[in-house]
Design a protein around this ligand. Structure first.
Ligand code: AMP
Ligand code: MN
Ligand code: MN
Length: 349
């Protein structure tokens, strides 16, 4: 496996505390001079994708702009508590005449799915705002801050730079993204800046316990059943713990279509493991077998390198990729790559 050299270098930066960030002036110009703005994020949207989308919508409205918010995939029920989710449109309603497109929390263009259509949209400036270390700089303007724990954190700095005061309408979705991406301030990238931004969002009216109860502390019984099926397959070898989730077990559990299983987060808590992985089988419409891989790592192991090598992306402690092949073949190949990463990352004894 070829681990990308630039990502290997960035490994050394894992866990460093970032300085406060500020958006590039060209991005601010684009926002100030545009009116009809399409705001989009990634497929199977998580709390940071939805929170940054709703937060940006509120910031742009405060600037008297006309934002349109769009996502390819339907929101899962856990995010229905956020005011404004009903304004997010799907691909069939996205038109083509905009002054600017802003893509949030999305490391590569293929992760946007079909709310971005290169034929219809490629003449429109595309501003990318993201915190993934694996971002491919696919926009006309790219603001990428891997030191930030969430894209929502970047938007607070952006509102400041635009002189837009934080309101409750912005604070609730923005804090939701920060809470979900940091697993409620438990990830190693929860630094002083994250906590300072959080304090400001709380002061602007967001309620932490309301967010936690609706997201991290809420799951369907179907999801617990799916975990049961996944946990029945769990195995550990040399510090890598992993489990598989067959398409059949997902169907039988009855979980929502775009519900992330979150099992890798649980597995990385295994004391004997440094890295966790889950392999979820899915069949594309043409019948092709696809395996959605999720990785988590303890500090010192950068799983985004392995995800990137298999065409995906993410962050040093949390990353993923989708690989064509059978469950058995893909899991064996990817687990071998994780073992190689672990060996390369262990301190020389
Ligand atoms: P997940 O394991 O799905 O919660 O994802 C963990 C991290 O990996 C998130 O930051 C995702 O954006 C990223 N990620 C997951 N799957 C992919 C993929 N197929 N391509 C690129 N990034 C991914
Ligand atoms: Mn995300
Ligand atoms: Mn994020």
């Amino acid at each position: 496996m070829n681990l990308d050299a630039s990502l290997l270098k960035q490994n050394a930066a894992c866990g460093q505390k970032g300085a406060p960030v500020s958006p590039p002036p060209r991005l601010l110009d684009l926002l100030e001079t545009s009116h009809h703005i399409l705001c989009i994020s990634h497929v199977t949207p998580d709390g940071d994708a939805i929170g940054s989308l709703l937060g940006l919508g509120a910031i742009l409205r405060a600037m008297a702009k006309r934002p349109v918010l769009a996502l390819q995939d339907a929101l899962t029920s856990e995010f229905q508590f956020l005011p404004g989710v009903e304004t997010i449109i799907g691909p069939s309603q996205v038109g083509r005449s905009y002054d600017l497109i802003v893509c949030l929390d999305t490391s590569s263009i293929d992760r946007i799915g079909n709310v971005y259509c290169s034929d219809a949209h490629d003449r429109i400036p595309l501003a990318v705002i993201d915190h993934h270390i694996t971002n491919t700089y696919y926009g006309t303007e790219n603001w990428v801050e891997p030191s930030c724990a969430a894209t929502c954190q970047m938007l607070v700095a952006m509102a400041d730079a635009l002189n837009v005061p934080l309101t409750e309408e912005m604070a609730l979705p923005l804090l939701t993204g920060l809470v979900t991406d940091t697993l409620c301030f438990r990830t190693a990238n929860t630094d002083e800046n994250v906590l300072q931004v959080t304090l400001r969002l709380l002061r602007a009216g967001a309620e932490l316990d309301h967010i936690v109860r609706n997201t991290l502390d809420s799951r369907s019984f179907s999801l617990v059943k799916l975990w049961g099926a996944g946990l029945a397959t769990v195995q550990i070898e040399d510090g890598i713990v992993w489990a598989t989730l067959s398409a059949e077990s997902r169907r039988q559990s009855g979980v929502e279509l775009h519900q992330s299983d979150g099992l890798a987060n649980f597995l990385v808590t295994v004391r004997e493991a440094e890295i966790s992985a889950t392999f979820a089988q899915r069949f594309a419409q043409n019948g092709q077998e696809l395996i959605e891989c999720s990785f988590r790592a303890k500090p010192g192991f950068n799983v985004s390198q392995v995800a990137f090598a298999f065409g995906g992306g993410g962050h040093p402690p949390a990353a993923g990729c989708t690989v064509a092949g059978t469950l058995g073949e893909v899991s064996a190949r990817v687990v071998a790559a994780l073992h190689e990463l672990r060996r390369q990352s262990l301190p020389a004894s």
